[in-house]
Write a protein that binds this ligand. Structure first.
Ligand code: SF4
Length: 370
């Protein structure tokens, strides 16, 4: 409602918090000998930061770095190749619009489901898994496959109907879900050069998994973390809380988004997810295999898995596109404009790399909002 939202978009209030952030971060930056680096995990937080120009309010003593929060960007190209082949064979592929133009591994055509559709492939964009169920149920003699891309936030969409037996026999699922805490752990363990001082944890994801899922950041890595809402004042408050914890030398977990996120998350949904899926070591596009970061359907749900249906195993195929540094952008190791193709060979209207395809990709957000 307006009473809740308006103060969270108040310019006056935002400027006051920004001044406090700048004051604290200038002292910290002197001690560190470099700017304070705060990573936001979520593509939607990056959108808020970019759209509302929050970086322009920050002094050079603080850097806001976009992180791995775009599921489409890290979905392996192998899955796209497989779906393209299926769409040109005997299946209709049902996908969210965000993954429609996601490139596969090869440079050859068709390189996306969008191109496959223009070459006679059967591809349909759906708004939800419910929509996919309806589409498949209307044509029981045809076979359908749903491209289940996403982080913890989108998992319930397929998991609950599977659990309740609502998926028709002619609808299969390509399960490509990824868990978010393992990638943060991977990043901090494998890329210390990213030098992260604080983390803004995702709000929607945490509504499912719970804010306590991020406790390992202050405990194991001594990094302050704030689970944040998505309005500009939410994000500024979260940055302020991080800077404050840094200057007090007391890294901790704070839940700024307590109006939506509970410490334990959604316990019912978490239980169902665990009944339907088992944990897997899974590949992230261009990055590598991250322990415990993915899922596989358990019995008796495995019959819904398109890979099981076709007798295929997960494969890891080189899927970095020549010239694209999306993997580095995802890990906060490069900024979108450091890519030579940014707004040249790769634009929102004609994306070349995965980070320009999705509305949560940092390249797309920077291209459209700066
Ligand atoms: Fe990849 Fe395009 Fe981003 Fe460059 S601008 S990193 S090619 S997605």
């Amino acid at each position: 409602s307006h009473e809740i939202i308006n103060p969270l978009r108040s310019r006056e209030y935002g400027l006051k918090i920004a001044a406090e952030i700048n004051r604290e971060s200038e002292i910290l930056a002197k001690e560190l000998g470099r700017p304070v680096r705060v990573m936001n995990f979520c593509g939607t937080h990056e959108w808020t930061i970019t759209h509302y120009g929050l970086r322009s309010l920050m002094s050079p003593s603080i850097e806001l770095i976009p992180g791995p929060g775009c599921p489409v960007c890290i979905t392996p190209g192998y899955y796209v190749d497989l779906l393209i082949d299926l769409s040109l064979d005997s299946y209709t592929v049902l996908t969210y619009g965000d993954a429609y133009k996601l490139p596969g591994t090869s440079g050859k055509k068709p390189r996306s489901l969008f191109q496959a559709a223009s070459m006679g492939g059967r591809v349909k964009v759906v708004y939800s898994f419910t929509d996919a169920i309806k589409t498949a149920a209307e044509k029981p003699s045809e076979k359908f496959v749903f491209f289940a891309v996403g982080f913890e936030t989108t998992m319930p969409a397929t998991t609950l109907p599977m659990f309740y037996g609502k998926v028709p026999d002619n609808l299969f699922v390509l399960v490509t879900y990824r868990y978010t805490p393992p990638v943060m752990k991977y990043l901090l363990n494998n890329h210390p050069e990213v030098e992260i001082d604080g983390i803004i944890a995702p709000g929607h994801v945490s509504a499912i998994i719970g804010s306590e899922s991020w406790r390992f950041l202050p405990e194991e890595f001594k990094i302050p973390v704030v689970v944040s809402g998505f309005e500009p004042v939410d994000v500024l408050t979260s940055i302020f809380l991080i800077v404050k914890m840094l200057s007090q030398g007391k890294p901790d977990l704070v839940n700024e988004y307590s109006r939506v996120v509970k410490p334990e998350g959604n316990t019912f949904v978490k239980k169902v997810i665990d009944k339907v899926h088992e944990n897997a070591d899974s590949y992230w596009r261009g990055i590598g295999v991250i322990p415990g970061s993915g899922v596989r359907l358990r019995e008796p749900y495995r019959r819904l898995d398109i890979l099981a249906q076709l007798g295929l195993e997960e494969r890891i195929v080189e899927d970095k596109l020549p010239g694209c540094i999306c993997d580095k952008v995802v890990l906060g190791l490069a900024k979108p404009f450091e890519c030579p193709l940014f707004l040249k060979g790769c634009k929102p209207q004609q994306p070349y790399g995965p980070c320009m395809v999705s509305s949560e990709g940092a390249c797309r957000i920077w291209a459209e909002n700066t």
